[in-house]
Design a protein around this ligand. Structure first.
Ligand code: NBY
Length: 827
């Protein structure tokens, strides 16, 4: 009897994967298959969530061929790869991005129309993966987008937190955090790959033994472990058939671990152990600047870095690879200090697992990492207690001591007798509680150290890491941050995108400097009117979102004045609030007639770290000010304050395209770069800003006429600090400022006690000198008002902001990393 004849499988094995045909009929068929057989529902009984999951899976299957082809191509032609190590990826919604990059938008719109499905509602069903706090996490997401678009070989490594950044709600004006259950309704974008799981060890002790030829060697005897299970996400490039990988690790109990306990018959203990293991990737720490020093946090860091390096060395590299050549194959980019424990981890693998001698292991390790610093705040630099590292990672602690001993010997040789310098530069902070300074460890081992904007990199060289810059000037470089124009212009702002396309074609989407070609259109009144009508369309669209969130509507003729970023004293949301209150107080007191107030809606978006009391009080005050101002008829509807809760990437994509004015008002010398500033300028908002972070570069590029600069420069801040700053004197000497503060402290906006405490702290301490910059800020806002009154002049400036922001593409940032860091041959 002869059965059916199948072709021999080896003929099929080398066939490239084929995506389904790119036409509406095929798409409809594929979608219905996903709905019926993937979700198990017929169309007429499907919920929006079923439709979302089926649509995501369908789109994913189209991307899959690209992903497989990209991986095959990279295997066939191995090139140096970037291993981007980041504890955070603030990805934003995936569906819109996948549709845009795979050029399926038109097909999907038509397919959904034919099926009678509301595509907008389906898109709104997606809960964004909020696996990051703010700028640092979003930057990582922009960078992997650009690398895919530029067809650079890259794996992004990170953590698949079960709970991302908390969902912010307001209860009677106060922030209340709600767990972010982003996985609850399904996770259609990820591929779990349990076969590539990596065991990660912890604890225990280190022992000596005799190695080859009786050489004394050390090895780690860990006493517990967890399994790191990878979940792969595709990172599609823009219209180029490339899909890179984002590999996020999830912690599970190892079988050895619980089997052992099961065998002892303690079922409950075994299940408890499982929970213990899973805790490691359970939740994102919501602090965006002050490291918490929690043991679980260090566990998270080591967990994802050990899994990533292990995955690369023992899963990705060919088995017979000569590790001496490792630096030719990989560069691990350290996104801040969070993954820096990877340095002693690679040393450990080379020494203890691969049997190398120290010098060889160090020669390799010190060419495989580069370090990006994202801060200037001293309290934001991570220092782990030696006692904790010793307990959790005893072998790593030994290696760190050894790195430090050798490093300090080199410092002593270079600067004989300079003990103070040795103390300042040591990786180990001495004193009562010894600590490991992760930024020092990173700087010692890295091929390059970069800041994220010109000013920031300068301050790193001159202040934060000055001793290191003197020792190794060539190690230090700058790469100014950037943002992906695909998500933050094309996807977020269709009206402006089509206006630009009509004027200059679509080449700018992957070559953003070409926006320069728009400059002449700033002089064209017809183009200006179209530009305004695009803004209006974006405001209408935003209004529909705000309406759904129960937030006040913004009137069409109002200037939309936007301050969106994490809530932090150094960012000075309080300064903005003081301006709002002083405008209001001017009308109340009769100092300013209401009809002279420029119609504005001031919109805040900001999450506060749950343990950051002053930040939470500021949120509470903004909400109280909003509720009084928004309902006071004396203002004649000319001033509104909006504070939609839960600012995230999804809301940013709605808000930024509608903005007229961008508030970038940090104390000079505190904001490393900022990236929201770039997104807003790129979408045609004018910036009112201090000379800080990337504002400096934005102003240089867009021109002084199209930017409202105010406030102290960094050297003046430093000077005032050393002279002694007395906010009480500023308060007493500026009657407008005093009236605003007094109005708040009087309880006019409710909760007199809370108001007084906050104002008392401001007048007494004002750590970030908001009062010192108040008058300059008010004056700059008057210039904003004057310009806004001249509609044509404002529009001209707005267009020039768009035309001159091409530099801030993350494609350019990636070019710079490639040129200045990843290609670097050092020593
Ligand atoms: O990184 C931000 C900077 O403040 C901003 O100026 C810059 O533009 C952006 C990208 O370079 N930093 C930031 O977002 N940092 C964090 O989110 C963060 C998160 C966790 C911790 C520290 C900082 N932590 O210690 O756990």
């Amino acid at each position: 009897a002869t059965g059916p004849q199948f072709p021999p499988t080896h003929h099929l094995a080398d066939q490239p994967a084929v995506a389904p045909a790119r036409d509406v009929d095929t798409f409809v068929q594929e979608f219905l298959e996903e709905l019926n057989f993937g979700q198990g529902v017929p169309l007429d009984r499907s919920t929006i969530n079923h439709q979302y999951l089926a649509l995501a899976s369908t789109v994913r299957s189209y991307l899959m061929a690209d992903w497989l082809a990209t991986a095959a191509r990279r295997r066939a032609h191995p090139a140096k790869m970037v291993g981007y190590l980041s504890a955070e990826y603030l990805l934003g919604r995936q569906l819109g991005n996948a549709l845009l990059n795979s050029d399926l938008e038109g097909i999907v719109e038509e397919a959904m129309r034919q099926l009678g499905i509301d595509l907008a509602a389906v898109r709104a069903q997606e809960v964004e993966p909020g696996l990051g706090n703010g700028g640092l996490g979003r930057l990582a997401a922009c960078f992997v987008d650009s690398l895919a678009t530029m067809d650079v070989s890259c794996i992004g490594y990170g953590i698949r937190y079960e709970y991302g950044i908390f969902r912010q709600t307001f209860v009677e004006g106060r922030q209340v955090e709600v767990p972010d259950t982003w996985l609850a309704l399904g996770a259609p974008w990820e591929f779990r790959n349990p076969e590539r799981a990596v065991q990660v060890d912890f604890g225990g002790s280190v022992e000596s033994y005799a190695g080859d030829q009786g050489r004394p060697r050390r090895r780690w005897r860990p006493d517990w472990n967890v399994l790191a299970v990878p979940y792969n996400y595709m990172v599609p490039g823009y219209h180029n058939g490339v899909a890179n990988t984002l590999r996020l690790w999830s912690a599970e109990a190892t079988r050895a671990f619980d089997l052992q306990i099961f065998n002892h018959g303690d079922y409950a203990e075994a299940v408890r152990a499982q929970t213990f293991a899973e805790n490691i990737s359970k939740v994102l720490y919501p602090e965006d600047s002050t490291p918490q020093g929690k043991e679980l946090r260090l566990q998270q860091q080591y967990f994802f870095v050990a899994a990533s390096i292990g995955d690369y060395l023992h899963g990705t590299l060919p088995e017979d690879f000569d590790l001496a050549r490792l630096p030719e194959q990989i560069i691990f980019q350290l996104n801040d200090t969070h993954p820096v424990i990877g340095i002693p981890e690679l040393m450990r693998l080379l020494l203890d697992v691969h049997g190398m001698e120290w010098d060889q292991a160090w020669a390799i390790t010190s060419r495989c990492f580069a370090y990006t610093c994202h801060t200037l705040l001293p309290e934001a630099l991570e220092v782990w207690p030696v006692s904790l590292v010793e307990r959790l990672l005893p072998r790593h602690m030994e290696i760190i001591f050894e790195i430090n001993d050798r490093f300090l010997a080199a410092v002593r040789a270079q600067f004989p007798g300079d003990d103070d310098r040795v103390r300042r530069m040591s990786i180990i902070a001495e004193g009562g509680d010894r600590g490991v300074r992760m930024a020092h460890l990173a700087t010692v081992a890295a091929v390059r150290v970069n800041g994220v904007a010109e000013l920031h990199s300068q301050l790193l060289r001159d202040k934060v890491l000055v001793d290191f810059a003197q020792l190794w000037p060539e190690k230090f470089t700058n790469v100014t941050n950037g943002v992906t124009p695909r998500r933050f212009l094309v996807s977020a702002n269709p009206p402006l995108t089509s206006l630009i396309n009509d004027a200059i074609g679509g080449g700018w989407i992957t070559d953003l400097e070409r926006l320069r070609e728009l400059e002449p259109y700033a002089e064209d009144p017809v183009f200006r009117e179209r530009f305004r009508s695009a803004k209006r369309a974006n405001k209408d669209h935003l209004n529909s979102t705000l309406l759904a969130a129960g937030t006040a509507q913004l009137p069409a003729d109002h200037m939309l004045d936007v301050m969106v970023k994490r809530l932090h004293e150094y960012k000075r949301q309080m300064l903005k609030l003081l301006h709002i209150v002083s405008t209001y107080e001017g009308v109340l007191s009769g100092r300013v007639p209401a009809e002279q107030v420029t119609p504005r809606t001031c919109l805040f978006g900001a999450k506060a770290a749950p343990g950051y009391a002053t930040a939470k009080e500021t949120i509470y005050l903004i909400n109280r000010v909003a509720s009084v101002i928004n309902s006071d008829p004396k203002l004649d509807g000319r001033l509104f304050v909006a504070f939609p809760p839960n600012y995230n990437v999804t809301l940013a994509q709605r808000l930024i395209p509608a903005a007229d004015l961008s508030e970038q008002i940090s104390l000079a010398g505190k904001e490393a770069s900022g990236t929201g500033n770039m997104k807003l300028a790129l979408n045609g908002a004018l910036t009112i800003g201090t000379d800080d972070g990337a504002n400096v570069e934005i102003r240089k590029l867009v021109g002084d006429d199209n930017f409202f600069l105010f406030g102290m420069r960094e050297p003046e801040v430093a000077e005032l600090q050393s002279r002694g700053y007395h906010p009480g004197e500023v308060y007493a000497s500026n009657p407008v400022l005093k009236s605003a503060i007094d109005l708040i402290a009087s309880g006019h906006f409710g909760d007199r006690g809370a108001s007084q405490a906050l104002m008392g702290d401001l007048v007494g301490n004002d750590r970030f000198m908001a009062l010192a910059d108040f008058q300059a800020y008010v004056d700059a806002q008057a210039q904003v008002d004057a310009k806004f009154a001249d509609t044509e002049a404002w529009t001209r400036s707005a267009i020039l902001n768009v035309a001159r922001s091409g530099y801030f593409s993350s494609d350019r940032s990636m070019r710079d990393y490639l040129d200045r860091i990843w290609g670097a041959q050092v020593h």
